[in-house]
Design a protein. Structure first.
Lengths: 175, 189
């Protein structure tokens, strides 16, 4: 994916991860999270765990917390659909779960197949008792990330930082 | 030849030390683990089907000084088969994934699982890059596996051939928050 200009918010998000002692980061490769994934992979203090499906990351984060370590789970909106039953693990046991979700299907979307899941992210998160922190502008990301971290690990709940597609930029389909 | 599940679980956990942390799958392996003797270092699952191996991975990475044994069923493993690929990439030195393979879904009425039709979990684990992959079919193999669980050195996968008979359920604590807190307290968190 080509973005119009390299945004700074992924680096601010990475700074929040480091300040919050996030030590495991699970992800399915995603263009919107590319910079953040790159930063996590390059950091010796963070174990990056590439997943085959996002629901693996919900279980990974639960295991990490059982062992005393904080984890984060990166995904795009379609990945949330893959997580739904596994989220019952976090809810039943009150495991802290920090999800960072890049949106597809809501703004300048070329691919109509992204719209069905993208359009139900917010209600699905609410049904799963996740607290939603929605960032629409770059300068909102860091503050909302701090609040999401506090809710996840302080309150031992599910916190979802949702990054609007407008933040991510337009996917370029022509070569 | 196949092994009786309660005896197999007891054999694997005989002489268990405090550095062994155990995560069963939901259903039969959870009851087997409870039957082998309750322990705060067990994290019983009553749900999260397909997630046991990944819980084990997160735990193993967080606690490199302890050994983690995921002991789950074939149906539970099949639902999260991708976890073997994820574990193969991570190469945790302290994680064992043991599958009690009875070829059926015991909790739902003994319907056939894929393994009964030839799906080979040992070959799948090997193909995913897990270095030690064992197919345990008898008492000697079980004793060998029990010994390996006492000193893990690299990721291990074992499929244990289990007799499809279902012994009476032994139900552990089912409050997830209680299970989480007692587990963490037991390892000093």
């Amino acid at each position: 994916m080509n973005v119009v200009s390299a945004p700074l918010w992924p680096d601010r998000l990475f700074d929040v991860f480091k300040r919050s002692d996030i030590r495991q980061v699970g992800y399915v490769p995603d263009a919107g999270h590319a910079r953040l994934i790159e930063r996590c992979r390059a950091d010796a203090g963070i174990r990056d765990v590439v997943l085959t499906t996002e629901e693996e990351g919900v279980a990974l984060a639960a295991g990490a917390w059982l062992g005393g370590m904080r984890a984060a789970l990166l995904m795009q909106s379609s990945g949330l659909g893959n997580c739904i039953n596994m989220l019952s693990l976090a809810r039943s046991c009150r495991f802290p779960l920090l999800m960072v979700i890049t949106m597809r299907g809501e703004w300048e979307e070329f691919n109509p197949w992204q719209e069905p899941m993208g359009s139900i992210v917010d209600p699905v998160l609410k049904l799963c008792e996740a607290e939603v922190y929605r960032a629409r502008k770059p300068d909102e990301v860091e503050g909302l990330a701090e609040r999401a971290v506090q809710h996840a690990f302080g309150d031992e709940r599910i916190a979802a930082l949702v990054l609007s597609q407008e933040l991510i930029g337009r996917k370029v389909w022509t070569k | 030849m196949s092994l009786e599940r309660r005896a197999a679980m007891a054999a694997l956990l005989a002489g268990r030390d405090d550095d062994l942390l155990v995560v069963p799958g939901l259903g039969s392996t959870c009851w087997d683990l409870a039957a082998a003797g309750d322990n705060d270092r067990n994290f019983y699952l009553w749900g999260a089907m397909g997630g046991a191996a990944m819980i084990g991975l997160g735990l193993a990475l967080a606690q490199p000084g302890k050994r983690v044994a995921v002991i789950t069923g074939d149906g539970e493993m099949l639902m999260g088969l991708g976890a073997l690929a994820t574990i193969g990439i991570q190469q945790p030195q302290n994680l064992a994934v043991v599958v009690f393979d009875n070829g059926v879904y015991g909790e739902t009425g003994m319907q056939a699982s894929h393994t009964q039709s030839g799906v080979d979990l040992v070959a799948a684990a090997r193909a995913c890059g897990i270095g030690t992959c064992l197919d345990v079919r008898d008492e000697a193999g079980l004793a060998d596996l029990a010994g390996r669980l006492k000193a893990l050195a690299g990721p291990l996968f074992a499929r244990v051939a289990i007799d499809p008979a279902e012994p009476p359920r032994v139900l552990p604590e089912r409050d997830g928050v209680v299970l989480k807190q007692r587990f963490r307290a037991a390892i000093g968190l």
